[in-house]
Ligand binder design. Sequence first.
Ligand code: GLN
Ligand code: ZN
Length: 755
Amino acid sequence: MTSSSTLHGYPRQGPDRQLKKAIEAYWAGRVDADALLGAARELRLNNLAELRAAGIDEIPSNYFSLYDHVLDTAWLLGAIPRRHIDAVPDVSTEKGRLDRYFAMARGTADAPPLEMTKWFDTNYHYLVPELGPDTTFSLDASKPLEEFTEALEQGVVTRPVLVGPVTFLLLAKNLDGDFPPLDLLDKIVPLYVDLLRQLREAGADWVQLDEPALVADQPSDVLDKVAETYETLAAATNRPKILVASYFDGLGDALPVLARTPVEGLAMDFTAGDNLKGLAAIGGIQDKRLVAGVVNGRNIWAANLSEALGVLGTLLGLAASVDVAASSSLLHVPYDVTLETDLDPEIAGWLSFARQKVQEIVTLRRGLTEGRAAIGTVLHVNETRLASRASSPIVKVPAVRERVIPDVRRSAYDQRAKAQREQLTLPQLPTTTIGSFPQTAELRKARAALRNGQLDQDAYRAAMRAEIRAVIAEQERIGLDVLVHGEPERNDMVQYFGEQLAGFLATQQGWVQSYGTRYVRPPIIVGDVFRPAPMTVEWATYAQSLTDKPVKGMLTGPVTMLAWSFVRDDQPAGDTARQVALALRDEVVDLESAGVKVIQVDEPALRETLPLRAADRAAYLEWAVTAFRLATSGVRDETQIHTHMCYAEFGDVLEAIIDMDADVISLEAARSNMAIVADLAAAGYPNEAGPGVWDIHSPRVPSVEEIAGHLVKAMAAFPAERLWVNPDCGLKTRGYPEVKATLENLVEATGQLRA
Ligand code: GLN
Ligand code: ZN
């Protein structure tokens, strides 16, 4: 049997983040449209040459994007909001087209951008198309056609990759609440038919339609629409063969539905979910090509090649042909491990970024077609590296594994609340903030100077202390009740702790796209996690020494630490969370001993990490809640534990929030007009809550009346004795003028309601 190696997509930015630089130069007016488009083309051609030289048999095209592939799909289908057309009416030039496209992505002075949200359970964010019953569509196939043709000119017949029609509609925002988005299939499927024809005429043999929405639970009427859609697309004459791709989990009930359609191929993820079982259960897809995602496309670990070959061998009996691929686009991993020059070579051998994953795919394809012996040397090296990882003393630390700690507070909430009232003597409706104060240019400059040696540790510390003094003085002036030190010393809420915890590894060049031109370098959890030394105690106690009011200690919770890192694949995530929790517990207890009376453990990622499939959620919430409780239950009754959540609606995790048993939770609430307060009350949430009264996403200063209005609403739904007053989230992205003005209004509004 023949088999080929292929990919769903490759990092877009270039090894040196050239794309980011080119786009930002265009935005700043330093280069023109031609220069930007030329730079983009060069990056695509470099990728093409690289993948070809590496031996990838079937190379994708149209995975590239100047901002986001969902935005590209909206553009492809002409789903462009009126306000962005008005903002940039003339698209007769390349510059006009780019400017309208970027207007959708970033907004203009009077046209807000499309909303942004997480791409399934990854840390990539896409732009949410806006659709309604009156949306009109029209095809602009220029991008996929040009990217196909430019590769063809190099002699490569690529497989264009597109977001499929069902996923596109399911990801969109419905402008008219009652309108079922899939009703628009009738309008967009004909455009896909036309697009397929144009791609075929340009020379495409295969096209890939991505339908990752099918790995989440979908009701049967959605699955009926899937069947109908792919019947229609397959019935089109003059088209390339169709590969329907899914990733991040198993296809579940969607598998038999897709298998019955006449599309020629399915791409499936064999690194997550139950696809192997699902395929076996339906007797395979004997009339179709299977693109088998056996190399994990979103983690950074070297694959177990022998195991992957075993899976591929099993799959051979279950499809007409089996091709080797990564489970998803390699967009989610950094470029190249060999760029990490500071890395211990032994550890580097455990890791695999995009370039290394391409090698793994090519090797596996060879092993599949020529037999294990043909790749014997590589298999041997792989085995040695896996063995070195499995036996490494940093990966398994017995002292960490042996710790057994109870995960309940000493007393129930009522008793704790009483002890806390006595110790803290707070007024009704206590006011506080979420932790960070504005990260000013001076702070960033000081951190950069520390990094490049212009500032020594002592001078840096002095600068941070000065900032803490200013932040404390400001909060006292404003009259807040529970103060914070402002987090000036933190670059990022995960990175800061990752740098101090054993078991975490930082990269130099491990950039991955978060959205648009924003790239992040998630830390890698390589081994057992523990805390070699206190991390925040010095800052917190310094801040507390400056005031008689309580200062909140501030930590990032275990779930969020995992969510924004690359997590190890050799043990359940819950085990890793437990280790992080125990390390944090040590910090919590040390903070308490140092005289910190209020400690906040942030879990903004708790909701966003919820698994795609409902059946997996209870198990996740169980370890997530346990980890939080482990981290926070080491303190005395009178020490008050806070948590904070944002970036989501919390309707489906209210039970978990109750089980976390924090004394106080602050939640994002202003944008949804305090709806969460009634939800908390209805769920019987028994502890204290601070629904955010200031949407910190914009510099707008809410008036005293507006804040008081929010509070009145909250007090109508929830007992005032258990309410706190605070903003929606941290203030690090805000400026001092609006922070001062708003916090003054917040204190004033609270005073009015107390009276
Ligand atoms: N304590 C953090 C801050 O204030 C919380 C950030 C977050 O919730 N994303 O910045
Ligand atoms: Zn927040």
